[in-house]
Design a protein around this ligand. Structure first.
Ligand code: NAD
Length: 244
């Protein structure tokens, strides 16, 4: 079957649920050989049943990250792992800061550092990093350290793209607005008023709805495929017009 990712190997982090899961499944459907990873190995069982290769992987564990990436030698690296910290600058602790940067940024530094030598050898590679509209694109309330980490993801992505622009290795990042995912419901519940929080999220979306994981996955597949061969170093905003 002709797929847009035929013949390509794709490694996805945080593929156990939400955007990562939808993307791993869509990449598989498009013909890629996918290695779907997540710190929660149990969350990968359905993907394994659907025919994807799976492996537990904690992106905070450097040795494990390097072994997984070097062992698989991906042509496509989808760095989806990330955590949304709620809170403003006054509420952010040093531990919050360190954890957010370790999970949302340093993990991508490690996966890219492990993946790029093989990509350069083969002269082909597409890196897709998960940023957010809440970054250097737009300031969102209660997203101090989260916004800082996601802005850093844009900076890392642009730098890597520039470095290898003539070597066949591309890097782009995705900046979603609010997207339906299991952790979104956790964040809404954590506000203490789920219904009101959901209304507030929807109210800031000019389109009157939040996004779906499949809509973000479709962009990730496009950026991973040769259809986007002329695109690198971009922060691709997909936010229902939130920042427009
Ligand atoms: P989610 O938050 O529901 O799920 C996150 C997944 O990451 C889980 O499967 C979890 O087990 C995994 N994970 C957590 N810590 C990990 C670790 N140390 N190593 C490996 N995996 C780990 O998924 P989501 O909401 O789709 O978010 C995915 C990405 O998209 C994140 O980077 C997030 O910041 C970004 N994002 C999400 C939204 C949104 O509204 N949902 C908006 C913009 C950006």
């Amino acid at each position: 079957m002709a797929g847009r990712l035929n013949g390509k190997k794709a490694l996805c982090t945080a593929a156990g649920q939400g955007i990562g899961r939808a993307t791993a499944l869509m990449m598989h459907a498009e013909g890629a050989e996918v290695l779907a990873t997540d710190v929660n190995g149990a969350a990968l069982e359905e993907l394994a049943a659907a025919g994807l290769a799976t492996a537990p992987l904690n992106v905070l564990d450097k040795d494990a990250v390097v072994a997984a990436v070097k062992g698989f030698q991906p042509d496509i690296l989808f760095n989806c792992a990330g955590y949304v910290h709620a809170g403003d600058v006054l509420a952010c602790t040093d531990d919050d800061w360190d954890f957010a940067f370790a999970l949302n940024c340093r993990s991508m530094f490690w996966t890219m550092q492990a993946a790029i030598p093989g990509m350069l050898e083969r002269g082909v590679g597409s890196i897709v990093n998960m940023s957010s509209a809440a970054s250097s694109i737009i300031g969102a309330p209660n997203r101090f350290v989260y916004g800082a980490t996601k802005a850093a993801v844009i900076g890392m992505t642009k730098q890597v793209a520039r470095e290898y622009i003539t070597k066949g290795v591309r890097a782009n990042c995705i900046c979603p607005g609010t997207v339906e995912s299991p952790s979104l419901h956790d964040r809404l519940r954590a506000t203490g008023d789920y219904e009101q929080a959901m209304k507030d999220f929807i109210a800031r979306q000019p389109m009157g709805r939040i996004g779906t994981s499949e809509e973000i996955a479709a962009l990730a597949v496009y950026l991973s495929s040769d259809e986007s061969a002329f695109t690198t170093g971009q922060a691709c905003v997909i936010d229902g017009g939130w920042s427009g």
